[in-house]
Design a protein around this ligand. Structure first.
Ligand code: F6P
Length: 750
């Protein structure tokens, strides 16, 4: 039965039953009204006729013709069937023509009183009004007024007809209104349920509430709050009760994601194959926070990592599909390498990404450079990667983890080709305020590209808020800061804070010697005497890291506290980075020059205050340096998170060593027990260095223990796990929603 008839048929039946019951009632009522009406008319006529009749009857010889003429006069204009007069003996003495014989006079013994009677004859009903007539107070007879009531029957038939028509009309109107409301309410319910289940609208956005029918809104609001609370509570409980490690990630993949396909896209690949001068191919792990964080995640998840093949021997080590299995010691996932021409790399990577977006997002006082040809390359390379994602996808709805500022356009491009994909974009660098971002000539395109994501992650809430402000300023989008979501072009993006971290325990720690041995080895290798305390800095050689400010702080310390001259050396390990960019070449030169100047000023035979190691260090070597240090100084002028700070903490299982941390890093919001400093303030940083070098072991232990606890608990598995759980929640909602929508469609079609 069609959906609408389900309402109409029962309604019509109910109304027919009511009409069936109501019509005789209406019939009876109208009959009674007419009887009462005729009673009143009879009484009125009798009252009018009282006097003339009494007079006529009081004459000694009443002339019959006069009485009948008088009766005829009364009948004129009134619809009276007949009139009669009965004497006190109960005899009909005067009657008009056609006075019905069936009508009887009141009996001689009956008390004179007015009354009415309805006589049912074969020709139809008659109404008889009997009214006593008195002369000088004495009853002299009764006037009988007869009305034909057959018209009542005719009218009653009409009334029945009209009542039935009325009910049919009501039935039709009510049915139409019911169908209309049912349709609207059904859509409202479906929209409400959709929104409720998706959580992106009803639960998260006022859009959803508007889409919900008005009668559902209060319930929807309560449900929103309830579901949000329950979800938050469940997540918080699940999250805090989980022991975050590779197994937890595998469990999420198995249970929550049902083994769904996972892909990572980043510019930097986790393993490069490099041909050495002696023609031997060696494998390098790049100095990259992104790789440090994601590699252990990928080991746990398997899947495909799509990245630029930048190693000199990369092409020699892939199969015919440009795949290579890694990690080399125990292959568990594959890299799909994407080849870029020198020109493409120059425009997309060095140009737009690193001379444009990098300085734009880092407030480190280096001006961004935007060139139209770089932008063209950036767009084309993003498109190339989108094509590879589509090419690699085995399903229509993979989970794609897009990494960083190299791929701002990629989420939208993937969304266009794989609309059902869950795209999680993580922005590893800071997001500036709208004014700073506003100088980018292609700002709308970049924002549009990013909003192709299902989930967009930043390290801190501050960066999320900057992003909300930026979108609010430059796009026609709905920004919902309560539910942390942005609705743009029919797509909903959740914007969340996911502070990145490192694996725990770090793999590089497994191969370390005890701290004392690490110290000895580092001292021997770098020529540092046993009684010299060691400070370390480990970075890519990048102007955002504040390396010049760091070295200047060491110089200031030696000026302010000369007792450290000869007793304190600062080891700066710096991996060369983006070396073909002029700004980086300048920095390299400046760092070397400053170190040389300080060393000339305070150095002595066998002692250098600054020990520069500008070269690539593998993870084991970096951890050895951390473990040799009395203090580690992270002096970034602006940094999304900075994983060096977390690595240093993780490396110190002896619970010794002091972390000095720039207040302009994301890490400073988590590692509160570090000595938090402003790297631009040399007096303050020099004083902090002195404090660190003189900090009692007990205080070092207390601070380090607390920070280690935090890094252990909020490790990279938790970072990735939270994103994957959010992705699973989103995918689950979408699936349920699709089922509900399918059900609704089927119901409507029935
Ligand atoms: O900090 C942003 C970032 O992309 C990191 O994720 C990574 O550590 C670094 O830059 C790598 O830079 P590059 O790939 O240019 O060497």
């Amino acid at each position: 039965m069609p959906f609408s008839l389900r309402f109409v048929v029962p309604l019509a039946l109910a109304l027919a039953a009511i009409a069936y019951a109501v019509v005789p009632l209406v019939d009876r009522l109208t009959f009674q009204w007419f009887v009462r009406d005729l009673d009143a008319r009879g009484a009125l006529i009798a009252q009018t006729a009282q006097e003339p009749l009494a007079e006529l009857m009081s004459e000694p010889r009443v002339a019959k013709t006069r009485v009948l003429r008088y009766f005829d006069r009364i009948m004129q204009g009134e619809r009276i069937y007949g009139l009669g007069f009965c004497d006190r003996a109960g005899k009909l003495v005067y009657a008009t023509n056609h006075f019905p014989q069936a009508v009887r006079c009141p009996g001689a013994n009956e008390r004179p009183q007015a009354r009415s009677l309805v006589l049912q004859l074969s020709d139809g009903p008659l109404h008889i009004w009997t009214n006593p007539i008195a002369a000088e107070g004495t009853a002299i007879g009764d006037l009988l007024i007869v009305h034909d009531m057959s018209f009542v029957e005719r009218r009653s038939a009409d009334t029945k007809k009209y009542v039935l028509i009325l009910f049919a009309g009501i039935a039709l109107v009510v049915a139409l209104i019911t169908m209309l409301i049912a349709e609207i309410s059904w859509r409202g319910w479906v929209a409400g349920v959709k929104a409720l289940l998706s959580g992106e609208t009803l639960l998260r956005s006022p859009l959803g509430l508007k889409a919900t029918s008005p009668e559902l809104r209060p319930i929807a609001r309560d449900l929103q709050a309830l579901v949000r609370d329950l979800e938050a509570e469940r997540h918080a409980r699940d999250e805090s009760q989980t022991v975050w490690g590779p197994e937890a990630l595998r469990r999420i993949l198995r249970q929550d994601l049902k083994g769904d396909e996972i892909m990572i896209v980043s510019n930097r690949e986790p393993y490069l194959h490099v041909r050495r001068k002696d023609n031997v191919i060696e494998i390098q792990r790049p100095a990259s926070g992104l790789v440090t964080a994601l590699e252990p995640v990928m080991r746990a998840c398997s899947g495909t990592w799509i990245a630029h093949g930048a190693g000199s021997a990369d092409r020699d080590t892939v199969d015919e599909n440009d795949h290579v299995m890694v990690p080399p010691e125990r292959p568990s996932y594959r890299i799909r390498r994407v080849w870029l021409s020198e020109e493409e790399e120059k425009g997309y990577y060095f140009g737009f990404a690193n001379e444009g977006l990098w300085p734009l997002c880092h407030i480190a006082h280096t001006r961004p450079t935007f060139r139209a040809p770089d932008w063209e390359h950036y767009k084309n390379v993003n498109q190339r990667f989108a094509d590879v994602v589509v090419d690699e996808a085995r399903t229509e709805d993979p989970i794609v983890l897009v990494q960083d500022y190299h791929f701002a356009l990629l989420p939208r491009m993937i969304r266009e080709r794989l609309p059902r994909a869950t795209i999680i974009t993580f922005w590893h660098i800071p997001w500036p305020n709208p004014e700073a971002f506003g100088i980018l000539p292609w700002r709308e395109e970049i924002l549009d590209g990013m909003l192709g994501s299902s989930i967009l992650g930043f390290h801190t809430q501050f960066h999320c808020n900057n992003f909300f402000d930026t979108v609010d300023r430059y796009l026609e989008a709905r920004v919902d800061r309560e539910t942390f979501s942005i609705s743009f072009g029919g797509n909903l993006t959740e914007v969340r804070r996911y502070p990145i971290s490192i694996e725990w325990p770090p793999a590089a720690l497994q191969v370390q010697l005890p701290v004392a041995d690490c110290r000895r080895q580092v001292r021997e290798r770098l020529g540092i005497a046993p009684d010299v305390r060691i400070g370390v800095g480990v970075d890519r050689l990048d102007y955002t890291k504040g390396i010049l400010e760091r070295l200047a702080a060491v110089e200031r310390l030696l000026e302010l506290e000369p007792r450290w001259v000869g007793k304190f050396s600062f080891v700066q390990a710096a991996a060369p980075s983006r070396a073909s960019i002029e700004e980086y070449q300048n920095l390299d030169a400046k760092v070397r020059a400053l170190a040389e100047r300080i060393n000339k000023r305070f150095g002595r035979p066998g002692y250098l205050p600054i020990v520069l190691a500008i070269e690539h260090h593998d993870a084991a070597r970096v951890y050895e340096i951390y473990r040799a240090a009395d203090l580690c100084y992270v002096s970034s002028l602006h940094d999304g998170m900075n994983l060096v700070a977390k690595e240093f903490v993780a490396s110190r299982d002896d619970e010794q060593g002091v972390l000095m941390l720039s207040q302009f890093t994301g890490a400073a919001r988590e590692l509160a027990e570090a000595l938090i400093v402003n790297p631009y303030d040399l007096e303050q940083t020099a004083a902090a260095m002195h404090l660190a070098l003189t900090m009692p072991p007990e205080e070092q232990r207390a601070r380090m223990r607390s920070m280690r606890h935090l890094v252990q608990e909020f490790n990279v598995y938790r970072w990735a796990g939270r994103m994957l759980v959010d992705a699973a929640r989103m995918r689950h909602r979408k699936r349920v929603l699709a089922r509900v929508a399918g059900g609704a469609r089927r119901a409507a079609a029935q």
